[in-house]
Design a protein around this ligand. Structure first.
Ligand code: MV4
Length: 499
């Protein structure tokens, strides 16, 4: 058991700041690393010390394990927190940190390795009583066997890459006739994307919800769960809205899923913070899919409803301390919702719209938490994920959290870049979201760019006035001005947003 004195955060942006804030509360000194593109970043200014680890591209900076470990030597940091993304789920990095005599604030390299392979993860939990989607338990070696299995399971099926994650390398196959082509594509995709062509088959659950369970394990074998996060509102496997608790789970199902998540963690000797991912079908059957061995982007909603600082727990666990929280101590308090504010244009197929934050004013007030890494006047670098902020609201009930979110979105003032705020507002106001009756197809089912409000509706109101005046002045003109209206609406909308 060794108390951490100085923590290097091997990340950037909001998560680097979020981790350093907790470290500071704990009296731990902080070291930031940064690339040449991030010299002026908030995480660099917040840290007690900062080390430049290379040029802007991640591969030459935030992914340079050697330079990061060297930065620990230079500054005397005794531990590394990897955040999410970058090196957070790289078993080789966790091992190199350990071999350098440093503390890795995260799970063991062995756990990362097992859970990094979906097939290894399934094998690890096979002797436990964990519900899994019917499918092949091993990598497919014989196509004819696999085809027979697919027929037994029943179409549609899903071919998944063992090394895949976050939806990469997945292929839906609707019928036996499509089997060969689906297989060829899945294997070649997996080979080129992951250097590993291992694939397996699962029954395709057509309209699932994505529900994940947060777990914490210490180095003494104690494991607890901190309930679920519902992440069904996503777009191309990119989560958009996350909340806790899920509006569909009953206390009994929640307890059962929690028990399963703890067992999954136990199966790989897990310690640290982790997330066990399930899909839930329309009958509320749940199935284990995979485990993420990092602190997740959406962890704040769990913090809001449990009152537990997950980063603080991760640090205690890394120091070798036993978990002081017992499962029975935990209860859900209220409801929290997170939206991800991206510098993307929802009116233009969510194309990244990086630029300078000409105006940047955060929402405030009761029940509002903003985790971000930017200030007004700062540029969003092109080299990294274009997430500007995570906006989290917490209320006594789900309805209250939604009300607060709409109010907070309307208070948020961002100009200079297009953001996903209007899109998130659309989600908050949608009946399917408000009723809780939605699945992972929400965005595809309900969203088209013309649904973006309030800009559009405001524009329409103003335009109606202009049009009325115009028609009045030109009473003899009979041509329908509809095309003109559409163009004017678009360009004016864009112009206003760019101000
Ligand atoms: C599935 C599935 C349906 N059936 N597996 C996508 C991400 C990866 N973690 C697992 N994913 C899925 N696996 C079976 N057998 C549907 C998805 C899926 C999905 C899951 C969670 C959140 C969003 C999703 C969007 C599309 C598909």
């Amino acid at each position: 058991m060794a108390n951490i004195q100085k923590l290097l955060v091997a990340n950037r942006g909001e998560i680097a700041l979020r981790i350093m804030r907790t470290a500071r509360e704990m009296g731990i000194r902080t070291v930031a690393i940064y690339s040449e593109a991030d010299r002026q970043s908030l995480h660099v200014r917040y840290a007690d010390e900062a080390v430049c680890v290379g040029p802007p591209p991640s591969s030459e900076s935030y992914l340079r394990a050697d330079a990061i470990i060297e930065a620990c030597r230079q500054t005397g940091a005794d531990a590394i927190h990897p955040g999410y993304g970058f090196l957070s789920e790289n078993a080789g990095f966790a091992r190199a940190v350990r071999n350098a005599g440093l503390i890795f604030v995260g799970p063991s390299p062995e756990s990362i390795e097992v859970m990094g392979s979906k097939l290894a993860a399934k094998a690890a939990v096979a002797s436990y009583n964990i519900p899994m989607v019917p499918g092949t338990p091993e990598a497919i070696t014989d196509r004819d066997d696999a085809r027979k299995t697919a027929a037994q399971i029943g179409y549609p099926i899903l071919i998944k890459a063992s090394a895949g994650g976050g939806g990469k390398g997945m292929r839906i196959v609707e019928s036996d006739a499509e089997f060969d082509e689906g297989m060829n594509r899945a294997v070649s995709e997996a080979t080129s994307a992951f250097g590993d062509g291992s694939v397996f088959i699962e029954k395709y659950v057509t309209s699932p919800r994505h529900v994940e369970i947060q777990v914490l394990g210490d180095q003494h074998g104690n494991i607890i769960h901190l309930f679920e996060r519902e992440c069904s509102v996503q777009r191309r496997h990119q989560k958009v809205v996350e909340e806790a608790p899920s509006s569909v789970l009953t206390p009994a199902i929640r307890a059962e899923m929690g028990r399963c998540a703890v067992e999954v963690a136990r199966a790989c000797g897990y310690y640290g913070a982790g997330t066990v991912e399930f899909i839930v079908d329309d009958q509320l059957n749940f199935y284990f899919l995979e485990m993420n061995t990092r602190l997740q982007v959406e962890h704040p909603v769990t913090e809001q409803i449990t009152g537990i600082d997950l980063v603080k727990q991760m640090i205690y666990i890394a120091e070798g301390k036993p978990l002081e929280i017992k499962q029975g101590d935990l209860k859900i308090n209220g409801h929290a919702i997170e939206i991800r504010v991206y510098a993307e244009d929802p009116a233009n197929n969510f194309l990244p719209d990086v630029g300078t934050l000409e105006t940047y004013v955060r929402p405030q007030g009761n029940g509002v938490r903003v985790d971000d890494g930017f200030e007004q006047g700062m540029a969003i670098p092109i080299y990294y994920d274009p997430m500007i902020a995570k906006l989290v609201t917490t209320g006594a009930t789900r309805a209250e959290a939604i009300e607060k979110m709409i109010r907070a979105i309307d208070e948020y003032r961002i100009t200079g870049v297009q953001t996903t705020l209007p899109f998130c507002r659309f989600v908050m106001q949608h009946d399917a979201f408000r009723s809780g009756q939605f699945d992972t197809h929400f965005v595809n089912h309900y969203f088209t760019p013309d649904k973006l409000t309030p800009e559009t509706s405001l524009e329409e109101t103003q335009l109606a006035g202009v049009l009325a005046a115009w028609l009045f002045q030109n009473r003899q003109v009979k041509t329908a001005p509809e095309v003109v209206v559409t163009d004017a609406k678009k360009s004016k909308w864009k112009e206003r947003r760019l101000r």
